[in-house]
Design a protein around this ligand. Sequence first.
Ligand code: ARG
Length: 472
Amino acid sequence: MSGKTRRKLWSGRFSGETDRLVELFTASLPFDARLFDCDIEGSIAHCRMLGRQGLVPPDDAARIIEALGEIREEIRAGTFRFVPSDEDIHMAIERGLIERIGPAGGKIHTGRSRNDQVSTDMRLYLRERIGDILDLVAGLQRTFVAVAKREIDTILPGYTHLQKAQPVLLAHYLLAFREMLERDAQRLGECLERVNVMPLGSAALAGTSLPLDRKYTAKLLGFRAVTANSMDAVSDRDFVAEFVFDASLLMMHLSRFCEDLILWSSGEFGFVEIADAYTTGSSIMPQKKNPDVAELIRGKTGRVYGNLVRILTVLKGLPMTYNRDLQEDKEPLFDTVDTVKASLMVLIGMVGNLSFNRQRMAEEAAKGFSTATDVAEYLVTKGVPFREAHGIVGRLVAYCISRKKDLADISLREFRKFYTGFDDGVYAVIPVTKAVNARGTLGGTAKKEVLRQIERAEKSARVAGRGEKGKR
Ligand code: ARG
């Protein structure tokens, strides 16, 4: 390796060379190379501002901008030559620039430090990725709504404590996840507001003596504001932690849905079949069809939680302002972005291709005295205090269990042994579909309420669709 390729852009005050192991240990290039586009975008805007402020002569600014564009193309095409002394993507691009146009290339780093540069790059990067994730979340929401519409009459046993509780519409269940995703999208949208603020021009930590126009650079880069305090700007990674937290909640929601799918696709439940394209076989048991995709989403949720703990732990003991520890912000962020995007993409396909066993779900929903509450509420309409009604129906259920009967099989005479006020009307509240459609409270599972939820979801999807485009 020649001495030349090992010279650093910062090596003025050094007389010895960096140990090769140290180079490898400190390098972030292997993982921050993905910031190259954002880094070049930031540098081009910074250079335009420097030119406008008379800090870089117009000719030099033009050459720098042109060369940066060429470097961007080379990195995209995979032809850019990285050298072993390239510590990170920022240094690699600046070195490439100086090699290409000579010492004038060194003017790009006027009035900035890698400390403000790297935070700017991360924000530019995350801004785009939040946009991608919001689009995917909207896609999954639309899928849930579409399946809910298709399954509008499908009954599902609803559970609490994983014990059969009350029958619901499958559509109601699916729309519950649409709601969770809506809050996830809101959180990410709020996070985006804080991400979309520009640290560039904070320099190393204190600002610069050179007359930068930070607001102009921010305008060029589409940032909604500039950071107000240079020390905060270079040490802040709140926005990374916040994003990873929002992503953790999102993954938690996906994981809970996947857990239900895993249970429901088992022979014991038999409620749903996951399409072949989204399942895998066993290497030894020929009969198996496993819900690995759902399991991996559940497993990868743990991975994203791990990333949250990583970033929070990196930040907790840092003295002000920039410390190299902050380089450890990247992998948790990138891994979270990749994991969330992949999980959403695969889930959209899987949800759209589920086949539900409607008959089995309806049969199961009717078992286990799932409409006992309806009998109690029927007694309430007869003036019985709810607590007493609860006791009466509880004794009735115990009686049914001892006789191996369902509530619907009990004669009126038997009903009257428990409460004399029972009449024929009780038989009307016992069937599952009746019970479902009786739950007409706002947000309840009655079909008319669920149809309203669908309508509301479709309306808000249309509004969000316009908003998304407007924003970008
Ligand atoms: N690769 C570094 C990072 O990701 C860039 C900033 C380095 N700054 C410094 N003063 N050493 O954080």
